[in-house]
Design a protein around this ligand. Structure first.
Ligand code: PMV
Length: 350
């Protein structure tokens, strides 16, 4: 173990991801009630830089946290809570001081969920710091597995941001070694799906009605919970098959079914709540009408908020962007939408 007591620096860029098969409901220590599959994004990411020093304090961790250049006490408190939660597994934290500065590529108010990218970027920095301090050497596979597992403890969906392409988190008989503790890349993917893009229609940048932690909690007494967990398993195995065989219309149908199911679960929670807005529905209607008329296999999905993600293959990019500009943009808040695509996963910057 080095106790150099000098400041060192590490930085990572980590992407956001959008779930195709949704994780909704958890138990124990952030374990998912059903497996999920996501697509990793490229342009929506967090960059986190951590300066760290080991051995000068004994009652740590000590954290100075800045978001977009400014001290952010709410986020700092969330990270301190997380560090406290992992303190048994990571005893080196007691002697650690950190100056962390984090920023998102997408505007904070864009209504794009940022906990997956921000938490995974933070965890990547933390684990590099630990390995450096403790003189641990890990191969890339083990490092990413550990980063995924510790990201999961910070925010469930963050577990999936450690890999590029399509990613599974949770056990499935169809993907060897898949686990509820960490995510793994889905490697058998037809060429057309490897070109998929994501255009995010920003319907509202306001805070969601219900934090996702409460949303997950409401699944515990949800009248349809058991039915949903069984259905999600079936949908996941269907999605794995579709990704393998390249069935784009099958993909569209299943993707949209999952999105609408997630929001139906919110509406039928006790108490029920609504995250979608009128323009979420207007955009969905236009997407379906356009697909029907044009034959372009674009499809929508939603995360826990009102914004609409449109997934489509690269070969239809020009037509889809024309459609967005002429038929969807006006339904977005301040005509705002994000042009994104599939990404390759986190990148170490320093
Ligand atoms: O990671 P959390 O706790 O914010 O939950 C994310 C839940 C959804 O975004 C709605 C679905 C998912 O699988 O990402």
């Amino acid at each position: 173990m080095s106790s150099s007591q000098t400041w060192k620096k590490v930085a990572w860029r980590s992407p956001s991801n959008i779930a195709l098969i949704k994780y909704w409901g958890k138990y124990g220590r952030q374990l998912p009630r059903n497996p999920s599959i996501s697509m990793t994004l490229k342009n929506c990411y967090t960059e986190t830089e951590m300066e760290y020093r080991f051995g000068n304090v004994s009652n740590g961790p000590v954290l100075d946290f800045r978001f977009q250049g400014k001290h952010d006490e709410i986020f700092a408190a969330r990270i301190m809570h997380y560090l406290d939660d992992i303190s048994n597994e990571k005893p080196f934290l007691k002697n650690l001081e950190m100056k962390v500065s984090s920023s998102n590529s997408f505007p904070h108010s864009a209504g794009v969920a940022s906990s997956a990218s921000s938490m995974s970027a933070f965890v990547l920095c933390l684990l590099v710091a630990e390995n450096e301090i403790m003189g641990i050497e890990k191969d890339e596979e083990d490092f990413l597995k550990e980063a995924s597992s510790f990201s999961r403890l910070a925010s469930g969906s963050a577990a999936r941001s450690l890999y590029g392409g399509f990613v599974i988190w949770g056990e499935s008989a169809f993907i060897p070694h898949s686990s509820s503790k960490y995510a793994l890349p889905v490697t058998e993917v037809a060429p057309v799906f490897q070109t998929y893009r994501d255009a995010v229609m920003i319907v509202s940048s306001k805070k969601k009605t219900m934090a996702s932690t409460r949303g997950h909690k409401l699944m515990e007494d949800h009248p349809f919970a058991q039915e949903r967990y069984g259905q999600a398993r079936v949908n996941l195995s269907r999605m794995i098959e579709i990704l393998r065989n390249g069935d784009q219309m099958g993909f569209a149908e299943l993707l949209e079914h999952e999105a609408l199911t997630l929001h139906s679960l919110m509406m039928s929670s006790i108490p029920g709540y609504i995250e979608i807005k009128a323009n979420t529905i207007n955009i969905i209607d236009r997407i379906r009408e356009y697909r029907e008329k044009s034959g372009v296999p674009l499809a929508f999905t939603l995360d826990a908020g009102p914004n609409v993600h449109i997934l489509y293959p690269e070969e239809d990019k020009e037509e889809v962007i024309y459609f967005i500009k002429h038929q969807l943009k006006d339904l977005c808040e301040n005509k705002k939408w994000i042009d994104d695509e599939m990404g390759t996963g986190p990148e170490r910057l320093i």
